[in-house]
Ligand binder design. Structure first.
Ligand code: G3H
Ligand code: 13P
Ligand code: NA
Ligand code: ZN
Length: 328
């Protein structure tokens, strides 16, 4: 059944768990998420990115999500629009029946120019007024995602700042967060705390606190009623990287956010954890391996089924480690 982000994250806060928000682009991902949620009794956040809307078309995506809810009517599902770069984009998603939208005013409409605080407040307020009138939740973003190790924003796919970032830009300021939430009334706030989008987050195996956990604690202490969101939260599974490279891929050495760091974040108010890259890596590894072992096979359902199983296993692992399991 369709629920809003606010409804789900209020429950998550009350019961101290986090919820992975998986990006969906196709049938296999949608099924993988729902089967994993069904197997672990977890509530679901599925989100459509700008790239997904471009690939599948927003109406197709929305209908896929609708079909998921029909087949699994007992599972609460938040249908979320990821990284909306303008109030108009959010409005279109609301019209399509999304129950939650992200208004990302930390960057301009080009998806890469860092914008100032006033601009961010202005567009986010507009989106909130529209969304709340329709019972739809809003996630805002303050600060620029960037790896504290590399100073890079990660993927330049419309959700990462262009060029090198300063240490300050990559850490959301707690006082500014308090003022932002007061001015905009967002339900959830994506913060910059050392994560970045895509597969290339860290060049060396992360040890200790690779994220700014103290900063998460300070923000949470300042805005305890606002649910925190961590973007760029893929863990970049080393076993899938090995499989990809074993079967013809060429992905350089790279590391993601360790699950233990995410769990530490969840202990300090992080409720929504965005994951896309991990499912992409698993899909590609599964296809490469299957086709290498079955060179005469040409039925797409055979290898696409492999991607579904690979993605489902990652979803199950995240539902279990974030404490989502058992809360549907
Ligand atoms: O914003 C983060 C998503 O991983 C971007 O995905 O390439 O489908 O727009 P996309
Ligand atoms: P990853 O690239 O780490 O999976 O992050 C996805 C994301 O934040 C989508 O908004
Ligand atoms: Na989002
Ligand atoms: Zn993101």
């Amino acid at each position: 059944a369709l629920i809003s982000l606010r409804q789900l994250l209020d429950h998550a806060a009350e019961h101290d768990y986090g919820v992975p928000a998986f990006n969906v682009n196709n049938l296999e991902q949608t099924r993988a998420i729902m089967e994993a949620a069904d197997a672990t009794d977890s509530p679901v956040i599925m989100q459509a990115s700008a790239g997904a809307r471009k690939y599948a078309g927003a109406p197709f995506l929305r209908a896929l999500m609708e079909a998921a809810m029909r087949e699994f009517p007992h599972i609460p599902v938040v249908v979320h629009q990821d990284h909306g770069m303008s109030p108009a984009i959010c409005q279109r998603s609301i019209a399509l029946g999304f129950s939650s939208v992200m208004m990302d005013g930390s960057l301009g409409e080009d998806g890469k120019t860092p914008m100032d605080y006033e601009y961010n407040v202005d567009v986010t307020r507009t989106a909130v007024a529209m969304a709340h009138a329709c019972g739809v939740s809003v996630e805002g973003e303050l600060g620029c995602l960037g790896s504290l190790e590399t100073g890079e924003a990660g993927e330049e796919d419309g959700s990462g700042a262009a060029g090198k970032l300063t240490h300050d830009q990559m850490l959301t300021d707690p006082e500014e967060a308090a003022a932002f939430v007061k001015a905009t009334e967002v339900d959830a706030l994506a913060i910059a705390c050392g994560t970045s989008h895509g597969a290339y987050k860290f060049s060396r195996p992360p040890t200790g606190d690779i994220l700014a956990i103290d900063r998460i604690k300070e923000i949470n202490a300042r805005i305890p009623g606002t649910h925190l969101v961590m973007h760029g939260s893929s863990s970049v599974p080393q076993d899938w990287l090995e499989i990809i490279n074993e079967y013809g891929g060429e992905i350089p050495e790279t590391y993601g956010v360790p699950v233990e760091q995410i769990q530490e974040g969840i202990r300090h108010g992080v409720r929504k954890i965005n994951i896309d890259t991990d499912l992409r890596l698993a899909s590609t590894g599964a296809i490469r391996r299957f086709l290498a072992h079955n060179p005469a096979e040409f039925d797409p359902r055979k290898y696409l089924k492999e991607t579904q199983v690979a993605m489902r296993d990652i979803c199950i692992a995240r539902y279990e480690s974030f404490g989502t399991a058992g809360n549907a």
